[in-house]
Design a protein around this ligand. Structure first.
Ligand SMILES: NC(=O)c1ccc[n+]([C@@H]2O[C@H](COP(=O)([O-])OP(=O)(O)OC[C@H]3O[C@@H](n4cnc5c(N)ncnc54)[C@H](O)[C@@H]3O)[C@@H](O)[C@H]2O)c1
Length: 263
């Protein structure tokens, strides 16, 4: 399979034509929306995750320029294998979207078990670290790494100590990485989406408010100056911008996409 995706006559080449991307937690939600946009923009994509059935469905939908692989981001061997498979299949690695995540428990921090706190940090922080540890050495010069943090990586609310702590910690990891790889022209950023319409967020909202789905979503909308949730596609469009050459002087940045929620 040729890596460069050729544009049809009269069509502009995709914004990621010739690029190869690895997306973690790409079998649903924001990760899958991003995989769709990347493929549509000419990238070859390896989608990794832990849900075999959802991965298989994603692979069928995304078509021949995408591959799927089971890889728990907390399992170093599995992540190393996913990176190696990307290189084997597509010949390079230019973009990493570190996106895998879990919401964790909601409630006062004094009620949170140490195990539950550790598990959330393990997926978001240790997981992103493992992904960077194995991807950065083989990432093409000029490549881009985007870590999906959250609006609560910049702000905080009561009841989400493990999640907000993990999302803040991803910023520290991003800043160190951005400085370590800048000499190779590689850029590293965090994105900070506000509430985004996925089942993950619907579950958080219902647990946080005790309300029915629509009422819970409305309650969250009240806290967003632009008055609504983001769509996964809107987040994917930001990742596309950060992945591609249009953002080539942008690194070390925390990029909020939250309808003003963090103002
Ligand atoms: N939905 C929101 O409102 C929102 C807002 C800000 C940030 N985020 C972040 O965006 C990311 C994606 O969330 P989403 O809303 O699309 O939810 P989602 O549940 O659809 O996506 C998370 C994905 O990560 C995968 N995953 C979970 N644990 C994993 C592990 N150990 N190893 C590999 N994959 C694993 C899941 O299978 C799932 O596909 C998460 O990091 C989340 O914290 C979401």
């Amino acid at each position: 399979m040729s890596r460069a995706t050729r544009a049809a006559p009269g069509q502009r080449p995709g914004r990621l034509a010739g690029k190869v991307a690895l997306i973690t937690g790409g079998e649903s939600g924001i990760g899958l929306a991003t995989a769709r946009v990347f493929v549509a923009e000419g990238a070859h994509v390896l989608v990794s995750g832990i849900d075999r059935e959802a991965l298989a469905r994603a692979g069928d939908e995304l078509g021949p320029t995408a591959l799927v692989a089971v890889a728990d981001v907390t399992d170093e061997g599995a992540v190393a294998a996913a990176v190696a498979r990307t290189l084997e299949a597509f010949g390079s690695l230019d973009v990493v979207f570190s996106n895998a995540g879990v919401a964790g428990p909601i409630g006062p921090l004094t009620a949170c078990s140490v195990e539950a706190f550790r598990r959330v940090l393990d997926v978001h922080v240790v997981g992103a670290f493992i992904v960077l540890k194995h991807a950065l050495p083989v990432l093409s010069d000029g490549g881009s790494v985007v870590i999906n943090s959250s609006v609560v990586g910049l702000t905080a609310d009561p009841g989400i100590a493990p999640y907000a702590t993990a999302k803040h910690a991803q910023v520290g990891l991003m800043r160190v990485a951005a400085k370590e790889v800048a000499a190779r022209g590689i850029r590293v950023t965090t994105i900070h989406p506000g509430p985004t319409s996925t089942p993950f967020q619907a579950d958080v909202e219902q647990r946080a408010t005790g309300l029915e789905p629509a009422a819970a979503a409305d309650a969250f909308d009240q806290a967003i100056p632009l008055g609504r949730h983001a769509s996964p596609e809107e987040v994917a469009r930001l990742v596309l911008f950060l992945a591609g050459d249009e953002s080539r002087f942008l690194t070390g940045a925390t990029v909020a996409l939250d309808g003003g929620m963090s103002i």
